[in-house]
Write a protein that binds this ligand. Structure first.
Ligand SMILES: [Zn+2]
Ligand SMILES: [Zn+2]
Length: 274
């Protein structure tokens, strides 16, 4: 039974549809995971709108949504997630660091309040369940899908996820800032021996010194983490909107030259681990 990952949005900060962003895509963070017959999603950036159409097409009744955090680029697609308006369905939303900030329900509801959005959370007629846990906890979302989590270094906090199914594992670590020369022990503990690390690679090493405190990292740090944690592949993710297709092509060439386990994620890309 395979673990499959499909990228519905790979961009950070803000959606950036343009002729210069056709190859890698302009939608913000959203990743579908298929674990055997189960299907769930991580983050609700603008990419989740298209994922929602798949849920309707396949008539999947229950969807788990794991949120890394609630910055706009990770929740802006939520009001456009059509299955959440259908009373025949249920959506279970998990978040790891918001208990003391009013809880995830409160924050998603605030996003949908007048006068910034005309349709309130209450208009979502699916059965919605909100689960606030503490980053660092482990839980199961299906009998055979283990989730482990860790806190990340990001303004207002963020949660990293490790998904384990049938002997395979994928780790999703965005948004996080590294301290140069010091591998993040929380992340190392989460990624050990994983098949793939999807990692916040917003900046190049040249850009990073100007962006200290902004809460993001580089593919080079992702590679160092993978090598220290015996992770097989690095998925370069959360692309800076100003990084056009040409820039991303160059990043892919540089990253592959540094380590052949690295690759750049694109919208629509599918990974199959079996
Ligand atoms: Zn982000
Ligand atoms: Zn963020």
């Amino acid at each position: 039974m395979a673990l499959k990952i499909r990228f519905w949005g790979v961009r950070g900060s803000i959606a950036c549809p343009s002729p210069d962003h056709m190859k890698y895509g302009g939608n913000t963070s959203c990743i579908e995971v298929q674990a055997g017959d189960h299907c769930f999603v991580m983050d609700a950036g603008t990419g989740i709108r298209n994922f929602g159409n798949i849920i309707l097409e396949k008539d999947i009744r229950n969807t788990h949504l794991l949120l890394t955090h609630t910055h706009w680029d990770h929740i802006n697609g939520f009001p456009f997630f059509t299955p959440a308006y259908d009373p025949k369905r249920s959506v279970i939303i998990h978040a790891g660091h918001l208990k003391h900030q009013g809880g995830v329900k409160n924050i998603l509801s605030t996003q949908m309040q007048n006068p910034t959005f005309p349709v309130p959370l209450e208009a979502m007629r699916a059965e919605l369940k909100f689960i606030d846990f503490q980053a660092g906890e482990a839980f199961r979302i299906f009998d055979d899908v283990n989730i482990r989590t860790a806190p990340l270094n990001h303004p207002n906090g963020a949660t990293g996820y490790r998904v384990e199914y049938s002997g395979k594992s994928v780790v999703y670590v965005t948004d996080t800032e590294h301290v140069p020369g010091q591998l993040d022990q929380n992340i190392l503990g989460l990624i050990e021996g994983a098949d793939v690390l999807i990692y916040d690679s917003t900046y190049t090493e040249e850009e990073f010194p100007e962006k200290i405190g902004w809460g993001h990292s580089t593919w080079n740090e992702g590679m160092r983490l993978c090598q220290a944690g015996s992770v097989k592949k690095l998925a370069i993710f959360h692309h800076e909107p100003d990084h056009t297709d040409d820039v991303m092509d160059k990043i892919e060439i540089e990253a592959k030259a540094a380590w052949d386990g690295a690759f750049v994620t694109r919208e629509g890309m599918e990974l199959v681990l079996d």
